[in-house]
Design a protein around this ligand. Sequence first.
Ligand SMILES: Cc1cc2nc3c(=O)[nH]c(=O)nc-3n(C[C@H](O)[C@H](O)[C@H](O)COP(=O)(O)O)c2cc1C
Length: 386
Amino acid sequence: MTIDIFWRIPTHGEPSSHRARIPFRGDWFPGNDNLRKAGLGGGGADGFNYLDYIAEIAHAAEVSGFQGGLIPSFPMTDEPWVISSLLARETSTFRFMIPFQPGFLNPVVAARMTASLQRATGGRALYNVITGGGGPSQLWWGDSAGHDDRYTRTTEFLDVVRGVWRGGPFSYQGKFYQVEDAGLAHPLSEQEFPEIYFSGSSDAALVSASRHADYYLTWLEPFDQLREKFRRVKEKTDQLGRKIKCAVRVDIIARPTEEEAWEEVRKGFDNVDPATLRQFLGQDGGDSVGAARQRGNRPSTINSYKDLISEPNIWTGFNLFRGGQTQGIVGSYEQVAQRLDDLVQLGADAFILASTPHLEEAYRVGEEVLPLLRGHSNSQLLRAVG
Ligand SMILES: Cc1cc2nc3c(=O)[nH]c(=O)nc-3n(C[C@H](O)[C@H](O)[C@H](O)COP(=O)(O)O)c2cc1C
């Protein structure tokens, strides 16, 4: 059995630690006074920009035993297709997990973009298909389709991408897409079809995932809930005569001792401003079932970081530090590896790990945590970490 382990590329800027609040690494974050102070000793600009920084992270992940990295896609991030193309020439084995909402792209164009990227990189692109969280965040993209309609659109989109991939001629009459005699041309039609990681926790998501996904991707949730989630998606996929694997996206804070790891959390928590805490405790306006499941695990009041410890070594306050999902693993190297191994035992076949700052932590996790993961010592992914 092999476990695929990915890292994450912070295309939204990042601070130097969980304790720091200003995402000064990179050159694009608006209103970032610290950047003006960065540069050469003599005061001149050093020409090092955020793309150089994320290229360093991609390279660190590559040499530390990760397969590649998730390049997130939110309103405040850079555009992942473009970033993948830019990083392609900086790396040799790093695989680009590209999240995108199918509704925002024409499927034939998307197939061609993907095949071009596969051709240029030797097949290093893969998809994280996301279908959107509804509400104001969906309207930001100009999309007012309802929750289940979005999933129908995702399914049709992937039908078309698959249909045209091998050259066609392919025709399709769907609710959202109609295609006639389409197909990629040689040599694009010979490229490897990208592996599909699929995110979404609703029933509509499971229907679409069971038809198209190679990996069903979820945020970390309480372990019993995850076991049930994996069981449901595997059962649904089996009914179609297909097989699906499961993947977990999880933040970690791993230190030589458990005390040091919690101390990092405490310092970070003490720096959280009251507005962020209020926002964390409030509700957001979307229709995402996955986001609601994350909110469901929060206490109603919080006085200390300890109020957010939900199970041994699990902390549910990660989005106080950087937005996004809430739950992650905190502990000694051994404990973090053990919790990841517990997830493998309950059905995880892949992980997307992350920690701040992503550069140094890629090396740390690659050196200290990945070699401790048990049960898959033959994994080619651990090749670079001895
Ligand atoms: C691991 C993971 C990563 C995700 N990454 C993104 C992302 O980069 N951008 C985004 O807009 N939504 C992202 N999402 C949101 C989901 O794809 C999906 O749109 C949302 O969960 C709503 O679907 P649901 O109601 O089926 O849960 C992510 C979800 C998961 C589980």
